[in-house]
Design a protein around this ligand. Structure first.
Ligand SMILES: [Fe+2]
Ligand SMILES: [Fe+2]
Length: 304
């Protein structure tokens, strides 16, 4: 995949504005209102899964083979809510990052207007995920306390390429799994609609995050690139490792200790994550963000 590299600052500005204009037009043509477009009223059918079973942290383990179909469906519903709750947590960080980035900038710039459009999307997404989790019968799945503190630090301090590449990582990882779930007839219809809405609207966000990451890195020297690469990788590690909350097993009526042990050794799940992040890793590599210390985090998170 080769992108045309603009030569002058004026060309860069033009290209950036063109992209933002296109994203704004696309958003005007196809955006959703989850409050009215998701079926919130039909009661939950307990035979339905919350995510494609293959995405369960236990799929492929001995424990999974022992579970009844009802237990598997309950587990994937809790896991789906856990992923959605982590999504809400990250979207709240993301909104702060983008808001801080565009604070007091030129409001006539299409990129400024796009940024506010994206924040509005994320705000609707978080409400949608919150209602979806409640409908799945799940409690609040909040990341571990130290991760919540790190998230607050990230929201207050990350800027430029570190902010946009971290946003991209969270969006890409969610995107790959949600593309599977939205097409899967075993998944509850309202969850499929939620995923469909998210996939469509996030494809624009990812486009913007990729462009901003490349754009902000243009002026970065090797030292800054190395520091930013590490910040992005640390964020990626904490986002991905928070997606499957340890409480999901107890809430699905399973033995937490055994489930955690088998989930941690689940090579199927790790391989699924790795294969789904291949495109993302290729992009980070093309930006020079896959430094050695960064790779350590991506390996630990099973993203590479
Ligand atoms: Fe979102
Ligand atoms: Fe997004």
């Amino acid at each position: 995949m080769t992108a045309t590299v603009p030569e002058s600052p004026a060309e860069v500005t033009d290209e950036r504005q063109d992209t933002a204009q296109r994203l704004l037009r696309s958003s005007a043509e196809l955006s959703f209102d989850p409050a009215t477009q998701v079926d919130w009223d039909t009661p939950l059918d307990r035979t339905h899964h919350g995510m494609s079973p293959e995405w369960s942290s236990l799929y492929g383990t001995a424990y999974w083979n022992e579970l009844t179909e009802e237990q598997r469906a309950e587990l994937t519903r809790q896991e789906s809510a856990s992923v959605a709750s982590t999504g809400i947590w990250f979207e709240m960080i993301l909104q702060q990052l983008v808001l801080r980035d565009f604070y007091a900038k030129d409001p006539t710039d299409p990129a400024f207007q796009w940024a506010l459009t994206e924040i509005a999307d994320e705000c609707r997404h978080s409400i949608m995920f919150a209602r979806g989790s409640a409908k799945l019968g799940a409690p609040a799945y909040v990341p571990k306390r130290h991760v919540v503190a790190l998230g607050r630090f990230c929201a207050l301090t990350y800027s430029g390429e570190a902010a946009y590449a971290s946003i991209l990582v969270a969006e890409e990882v969610l995107d790959v799994m949600q593309r599977d779930w939205m097409r899967d007839e075993r998944v509850a219809p309202f969850v499929r609609t939620i995923n469909n809405i998210h996939v469509v609207e996030e494809s624009r966000h990812m486009r913007f995050a990729r462009e901003e990451t490349r754009e902000r890195l243009r002026a970065a020297g090797p030292a800054r690139r190395r520091v930013q690469a590490l910040l992005v990788a640390a964020a990626a590690y904490h986002i991905v490792s928070s997606m499957w909350n340890e409480q999901v097993y107890a809430n699905a009526g399973l033995d937490t200790q055994r489930a955690l042990r088998e989930a941690r050794g689940n090579e199927h799940h790790k391989a699924l994550l790795r294969s789904s992040c291949a495109g993302l890793m290729e992009f980070l590599s093309s930006c020079g963000l896959l430094t050695k210390p960064a790779l350590w985090f991506y390996r630990r998170a099973n993203l590479i």
